[in-house]
Design a protein around this ligand. Structure first.
Ligand SMILES: Nc1ncnc2c1ncn2[C@@H]1O[C@H](COP(=O)(O)OP(=O)(O)OP(=O)(O)O)[C@@H](O)[C@H]1O
Ligand SMILES: [Mg+2]
Length: 234
């Protein structure tokens, strides 16, 4: 990869309430094109990190630079544009139950005003990438949990963000579906998207052999450039 920083945290601190540092003086750099796992016990600050990058919350102190932009200095009206370049998937993917699979993905394109012809092409290409083109007309209710999560992934990626954030994307999936989701995230990363995955799944981390950042009580316990899930095993 080209070693260009895409996400940079400098001495980031996030305090929700007095005496609780969800993130405590975190500094780290993620380069363009990296695939990074964020692991650590419950309450260690993983989702807080994701929310900061999405600018759903602001840091208490420190500096966060994403795509060359100082996130804390973004004006309100700049935030939606900033977020366009960041795709996100959560454990509880929320698809619109009264819209088709195609429409669920298409909506992401409509809100940014992509013309119909391009939109149809982009949505079809994305559904094909996640292996669901044949389900385009289906209702999300007719899909398995793994398929629904792949629709959520297609929706997160259809606008071609440079960064994909995934907070326990396999949390509700059985091992087979969890694994196919990980394979997809790896494929997407190989096409150039920077991918951050929060996970509690040690097997996945062990097999993938990617960079692993372990958080504990809001601090970085370890940051290995390539390796497995070491937290509860040491
Ligand atoms: N909105 C909030 N208000 C107050 N405290 C919060 C809030 N959100 C998170 N916290 C606290 O911040 C700390 C980190 O929470 P966070 O959600 O980042 O953990 P996590 O690593 O994602 O945990 P999990 O693995 O359970 O999802 C915890 O102590 C949590 O209780
Ligand atoms: Mg969390």
């Amino acid at each position: 990869m080209d070693n260009l920083p895409i996400i940079k945290l400098e001495n980031i601190k996030k305090t929700y309430q007095e005496n609780v540092d969800a993130l405590d003086d975190i500094s780290l750099t993620i380069n363009k094109g990296e695939f990074v796992f964020i692991v650590g016990p419950s309450g260690s600050g993983k989702s807080t990190l994701i929310k900061l990058i999405l600018k759903q919350i602001d840091a208490t102190s420190g500096k966060l630079i994403v795509n060359g932009k100082d996130v804390s200095s973004l004006k309100r009206r700049q935030v939606s544009k900033y977020r366009r370049d960041i795709g996100v998937v959560f454990q509880n993917f929320k698809l619109l139950k009264d819209r088709s699979v195609f429409e669920n993905v298409a909506l992401a394109q409509r809100v940014i005003g992509i013309p119909k012809w391009n939109m149809e092409k982009n949505v079809s290409a994305m559904l094909s990438t996640v292996g669901l083109l044949d389900k385009a007309k289906a209702n999300p209710k007719e899909l398995s949990g793994g398929e629904q999560q792949r629709v959520a992934l297609a929706r997160a990626l259809v606008n071609r963000p440079s960064v994909l954030l995934a907070d326990e994307p396999t949390g509700n999936l059985d091992p087979k579906n969890a694994w196919s989701m990980m394979k997809l995230l790896d494929d997407i990363n190989k096409l150039g998207t920077t991918v951050l995955v929060v996970t509690h799944n040690p097997d996945v981390v062990d097999i993938m052999q990617k960079r692993v950042i372990t958080l504990e009580k809001g601090k970085i316990l370890s940051d290995r450039s390539k390796g497995g899930y070491t937290y509860e095993r040491n």
